[in-house]
Design a protein. Sequence first.
Length: 256
Amino acid sequence: MAEVFCHECDLFLLSSHQDYFANSALTRFAGRGSRNIHGWGIAGYRHGRANVLRSADPAIEKESGDLSREFYMATKAVSSPIILGHLRFLSAGTVSEFNNHPFKLNFLGYDWTMVHNGTATNHETLVPHDERLLLESDNDSARIFEFLRKRIIEYYLRDSRKSLIEGCRKAYADLLNTDGEFNIILSNGHISFVFIHHRTFYLLNRDKQMGDAALLSTLRLTDDEEWITVDARQNKEARMLVFSGPTLIFNGDIPR
């Protein structure tokens, strides 16, 4: 079946237990997502600390169709067991580096990074002005990240079980009740959480000979490998996947 393209941001995740150069996969990601012209971002981790590279310029040069030098250099610079990528198509906020994903926030002792695709219908009401942390960002995705942060922390403070998976699942379920479309990849540098709401994702597991990593994207990045199609199940609001390295450790529904 032919892949259906739409004018929406695209998301990328690589998850492994070893440092990984994903320049080849990210190059394909940029090429197949070249319709997204409002910037790009890449996040990686070193010793648990997140490093985010972002630009408001396209990853692909408009006239030549070549990879931009800035994006090319960024793909060469990132070596990490977890890599998040984002290609932006403007839906809210202005064209600005500060509105490009991934976003980064530190809480519960981790550097968290997030990429989002979709639109929050009432994003101005998600987080009170005096509780906002991403002050240079004026788009809905920044408010979504701040909302999730607040709800995850609240869960930890009131629930002695302190299940990180359940805390993120509950925070996302609360987000769904605010109205909008929320495809999200969230990571703390050790575990990565994927929330699939209104778009198809594609999953590829590469064995040890091929790098021992899981690749997940809103784009099918190669034509000669067996990508698994992942959607929210029928009659369910969304699906949540959790990765530890290349291993899928949780695959559950978020009910309507």
